[in-house]
Design a protein around this ligand. Structure first.
Ligand code: GDP
Ligand code: MG
Length: 441
């Protein structure tokens, strides 16, 4: 896949602007990548349509070539979809917190029960594992072994009493947990290899009996395209609040994650990556996006290109400041835009040498202010931007009209600019641009 993409990229490279044809060509490859990752066709169609829309509306990046830019959009969008609503477990106000696991047989529920129990125990909880899979002969035994390994307690019907009633067991387990001071109860349930109405009803009955705080749908990442119909069936039959993806240690690319998220709207909360208790982690959308796209190298390249570009811009700006009084309103605007593009203002001033002193001033500016400031500056003539002293009363009125703000706002901006300019001058005279010529080290 990566080879194919690389060739598309090289044919796109060095074009200045992203055309519809460019977007289509890249999206065709993205489409194949997603299908190869086992994302269901309907989901792929929706997703690619969304990407095309975003790519068309996107500002042309100076840092990335057009194809890189499309891939970045795809990656960002994937991360957002996969993690848009990532959330932690919800604990009950009054313990015990009840977590119920649902999913097909073999999806990894029992294994997950142990992993989750250990994970919770490590955080100081006292979980109780409850065996409500009374369908398979060895299921109770399996959960007991898992519980022992996780060093947590287990609640199960007495062996040899014939087939127990899982709904009754579930109900009794809650009382048991209260008596024994367990603050989390994890209920393991039965599943069949295929979707089965009787077992679905049993799961729904258990749910009704114990009103879980969380129903987690456990799904094997290897089931590929079937993930959609399975997730849909469990959504309709039992309903669930979150998803756990298992067997991510296999070679499945994990398209199931995107499909399930897209079809059910439920967040993916945990990932299971092996048979051992420790092979378990909270779900990381960025890792999953990279895995689904399978373009690790390209994503790294994009990241580097963006970073280099930002650094070059920052260095250029710093040079200008050091050079002295050449600081104009154009620079002021460019600086603000750059700051915005690079992310939250507070985090980023560190990247710009000497900018620490501007922190307070910039901190007071939010994104909407920035739009207004940009509009004001863009309504000025080039001459005015170079020499703001020219901006007298009548020019202020004209600029205000042109940018749809009040004259007071224009005046406020000009005053602010002069302050910034003064500050720049002071800094350029060697007052604190560490590490730069003219600065103090
Ligand atoms: P259940 O039927 O849903 O309870 O599934 P089990 O927990 O019994 O797991 C079915 C099989 O999958 C067992 O052999 C587990 O060891 C294995 N398994 C579970 N989770 C994982 C995982 O994340 N990775 C791998 N490789 N195997 C797993
Ligand atoms: Mg099981």
């Amino acid at each position: 896949l990566s080879d194919r993409l690389t060739s598309v990229f090289s044919s796109l490279r060095s074009k200045g602007r992203l055309s519809d044809a460019d977007i289509d060509a890249t999206c065709r490859e993205i489409r194949i990548a997603l299908l190869e990752a086992d994302v269901s066709l309907a989901v792929v169609k929706d997703f690619v349509a969304r990407i095309k829309e975003r790519a068309r509306g996107a500002e042309v990046s100076q840092a990335l070539n057009p194809a890189q830019q499309v891939v970045k959009i795809v990656n960002d969008e994937l991360i957002e979809i996969l993690g848009g609503e990532t959330r932690r477990l919800r604990y009950a106000k009054t313990p015990p917190t009840v977590i119920m696991l649902a999913g097909l047989q073999g999806s990894g529920k029992t294994t997950l029960a142990g992993k989750l129990a250990k994970w919770l125990r490590d955080q100081g909880h006292a979980p109780l594992l409850v065996a409500c899979d009374l369908q398979r002969p060895n299921a109770v035994q399996q959960l007991s072994v898992v519980a022992e390994r996780a060093e947590v307690a287990v609640y199960a019907p007495e062996p040899g009493n014939g087939v127990g009633d899982p709904v009754a067991v579930a109900r009794q387990s809650i009382d048991h947990a209260r008596r024994q001071q367990h603050d989390v109860v994890i209920v393991d349930t039965a599943g069949r290899l295929g979707i089965d109405q009787e077992l679905m009803k049993q799961a729904a009955d258990i749910r009704d009996a114990i009103s879980p705080d969380e129903v987690l749908f456990v799904v094997d990442a290897m089931i590929g395209q079937d993930a959609v119909s399975t997730a849909q069936a469990f959504m309709d039959g039992v309903g669930f609040d979150g998803v756990v993806l298992t067997k991510l240690d296999g070679d499945a690319r994990g398209g199931a994650a995107l499909s399930v998220r897209h079809v059910t709207g439920r967040p993916i909360m945990f990932a299971s990556t092996g048979e051992k208790l420790a092979d378990f982690d909270a779900f990381h959308p960025d890792r999953m996006a990279g895995r689904i796209l399978d373009m690790g190298d390209i994503l790294t390249l994009i990241e580097q290109a963006q970073k280099t570009f930002d650094e070059e811009q920052a260095a250029k700006m710093a040079e200008k400041l050091v050079a002295g009084d050449g600081f104009t309103l154009d620079d002021f605007l460019e600086q603000m835009m750059m700051v915005r593009k690079m992310g939250p203002i507070k985090n980023l001033l560190g990247m710009m040498p000497g900018m620490g002193q501007m922190r307070d001033q910039l901190n007071q500016v939010d994104d909407r202010d920035l739009d207004r400031i940009a509009a004001i500056i863009r309504s000025m003539t080039p001459g005015e931007r170079q020499e703001p002293k020219l901006i007298n009363g009548s020019r202020r009125a004209r600029i205000a009209k042109g940018s749809g703000v009040s004259v007071t706002e224009v005046s406020g901006l000009v005053v602010r600019f002069f302050e910034a300019q003064k500050m720049m001058k002071r800094m350029s005279q060697g007052m604190g641009i560490p590490g730069l010529p003219g600065g103090r080290n």
